[in-house]
Every structure is written in structure tokens, then in C-alpha cells.
Design a protein. Structure first.
Length: 155
């Protein structure tokens, strides 16, 4: 018995050769588990940055900036309108009950203040014989308040 192969081009009713249709059918069967089924893979960042996201298209968040104080002419009058950096300690005085400090402002006026006196950006925390401790309160654009301690010695 002899078998001879002959070249035939059998066509399906759609008009495509049967091998092309078979290739499309096999490709569809191979891709089917990956599309829309339990085999599909997704990335779960778990709280971390997605390493596959394009960083150049991401909007950068600006860090909150410190709110600048208004000009001197728009602040309240007196010691309450002066910044801690605008006053100099001239001297201190004390008796048995309390201590006072003599301050010279940038406006060339002299002020007498006690512990707890408010300035524009803070207050006087303590008055000692040779120095005054101020607490500076700074607000940023996000509304958060940060405090720092400033010590000034009498000049």
C-alpha cells in the first residue's frame, strides 16, 4: 500500500483556509485563561508605590511652606506686633514674686514684659537673670503649628 500526499487547499464556509482558522482557534484557547478569568494576574501594592506606574506623569506634591508674617504696618501695635527676631533684651529685673524683662523693638520703642507676654510669633516662656527664653510658634500652609525655643541674652 502506498500513500501519496497531494496538495489541497480546503476552504471553510467563511472563506479562510482551514489552517488559518485552526491557528486562530488555538490562539483563542491559549489566551482565554489569561483574559477575564481566575488566571489573570493583578498587582497588589500592599501600601507600597507601584513600580510599574510612570513617575514622570505623576503630579508632585509641594511641601507645605511656612506662612510669612505680614508687613510691619499690618501688624497690631505694641509688643504684640513684634516678631521674636525683632526684639532685643536690654535687661531683666526681679523681686521675690516675679521677674520682668526690658525689650527694645525694631520700632525703637522700649517695652516691659512679664512671663507669658505675647509677641506676634510666640510668647515669653521664662525670664532668668541673664537670659530670656521665648517660644516661637510657626504655622505652615497646611495649618500645622511647630514650636521652637529661642534664648536671648541681655546686651
Amino acid at each position: 500500500m502506498t500513500i501519496t500526499a497531494t496538495k489541497t487547499t480546503a476552504r471553510t464556509p467563511g472563506g479562510r483556509p482551514w489552517r488559518a482558522r485552526l491557528a486562530l482557534l488555538v490562539a483563542a484557547c491559549l489566551l482565554a485563561p489569561c483574559v477575564g478569568s481566575a488566571w489573570a494576574q493583578t498587582y497588589s501594592p500592599g501600601g507600597k508605590r507601584d513600580p510599574f506606574r510612570d513617575l514622570s506623569k505623576e503630579q508632585k506634591k509641594e511641601a507645605p511652606k511656612v506662612v510669612e508674617p505680614p508687613p510691619f504696618s499690618q501688624r497690631p501695635p505694641g509688643l504684640a506686633g513684634l516678631l521674636i527676631s525683632e526684639v532685643a533684651v536690654v535687661g531683666t529685673a526681679a523681686n521675690d514674686n516675679q521677674r520682668i524683662v526690658i525689650l527694645r523693638g525694631a520700632d525703637e520703642f522700649t517695652y516691659v514684659a512679664r512671663e507669658g507676654a505675647k509677641l506676634f510669633d510666640g510668647y515669653i516662656e521664662t525670664i532668668e537673670t541673664d537670659q530670656v527664653v521665648f517660644v516661637r510658634e510657626v504655622f505652615d500652609t497646611a495649618g500645622r503649628k511647630t514650636t521652637s525655643t529661642v534664648m536671648k541674652r541681655s546686651s
